[in-house]
Design a protein. Structure first.
Length: 311
């Protein structure tokens, strides 16, 4: 039996903030506010930001804290209706036709109706998300929409406007209760205004040093305090470098801290930074730009800042 106390939506911004905290997600007030409004108004929430800043994690946390199923649609180039919404089970339909022919059934109209029944329908994520029960509607994550084609983006308009899909052979299927919709984009291309108008919007930015340190304490609690502080300051400094092609996100901060902990590091050193840059940076040009002298320079600034603050 689902926990109805957990499945109840938060009644205020403070409750939303608390719910995110219970899901081990360190959010700022503005994110908690727009999330509360999206839940209250039953509107999709469109989250935009760089890769690795925690957009997808919000949907996962909502699924956990609200005790709702998570239905994820991972977008990619070429994504179409048959992969995202529904398709007919053609092999099973052919078997049904062969059985009908063998039994002497010749009424084509009746046969057509027989093979386009709901049991022959293969439901994909978007259709599954519309079939949730009241009070237990799922969390629908449409992840990295910017990777999908514009034609698919246009198809989403009906779903996001009326929470329904039209299947020519069956008619219109409408949600009895709208799913909780989270849409993410890494902004590799612009999403059309028509879709954005149907959503509430929030830009998920890189966290400041204090919030990033709080995230590390939750996600990498085994790391030494000094190491965590140095990692955060190092990455904050790195993100200010305009020559870096892909700045490290929160996911890389966590991975790097955990990797350094596995190497029994209790503080950063030039050698450990250089040896583990492949955990933090994912482009060779960025690694070549930072390793060696530049890494040592950044680390020196980190040590100076920690000395000034007495940490």
């Amino acid at each position: 039996m689902p926990d109805l106390s957990r499945s109840t939506l938060p009644a205020s911004v403070d409750e939303t903030f608390q719910q995110l905290s219970e899901g081990r997600y360190v959010a700022d007030r503005s994110l908690a506010t727009v999330l509360f409004l999206a839940l209250k108004m039953q509107r999709p929430l469109f989250l935009e930001g760089e890769a690795g800043v925690g957009k997808t994690e919000i949907a996962k946390v909502l699924s956990t804290t609200l005790d709702r199923p998570l239905i994820r649609l991972q977008c990619y180039e070429g994504l179409d209706i048959s992969s995202a919404v529904y398709e007919w089970n053609y092999p099973r339909q052919m078997v049904e036709i062969r059985i009908a022919e063998a039994s002497g059934q010749t009424d084509r109209k009746a046969l057509t109706q027989d093979i386009f029944r709901p049991e022959f329908l293969i439901k994909r994520p978007l259709l599954e998300a519309l079939e949730g029960q009241p009070g237990q509607s799922p969390v629908l994550l449409i992840d990295e929409l910017d990777r999908a084609d514009e034609a698919f983006e246009a198809y989403l308009l009906e779903i996001l406007s009326d929470y329904q899909v039209t299947i020519p052979e069956l008619g219109t299927i409408k949600a009895s209760e709208p799913p909780i919709v989270i849409i993410t984009s890494n902004r590799t291309r612009e999403i059309h205004d028509a879709l954005k108008r149907r959503c509430l919007y929030h830009w998920v930015d890189y966290p400041d040093a204090a919030r990033e340190l709080s995230i590390l304490k939750i996600k990498a609690p085994e790391a030494a305090e000094q190491l965590s502080q140095q990692v955060v300051l190092f990455i904050q400094e790195l993100r200010r470098n305009p020559d870096i092609f892909k700045q490290p996100g929160i996911a890389e901060t966590i991975d790097w801290t955990q990797a350094l902990t596995q190497l029994d590091c209790v503080s950063l050193a030039p050698e450990s930074v250089t040896d583990t840059l492949g955990v933090l940076l994912k482009y060779q040009d960025d690694i070549a730009r930072i390793q060696g002298t530049e890494a040592a320079r950044i680390l020196k600034r980190v040590e100076s800042e920690m000395a000034l603050t007495g940490t």
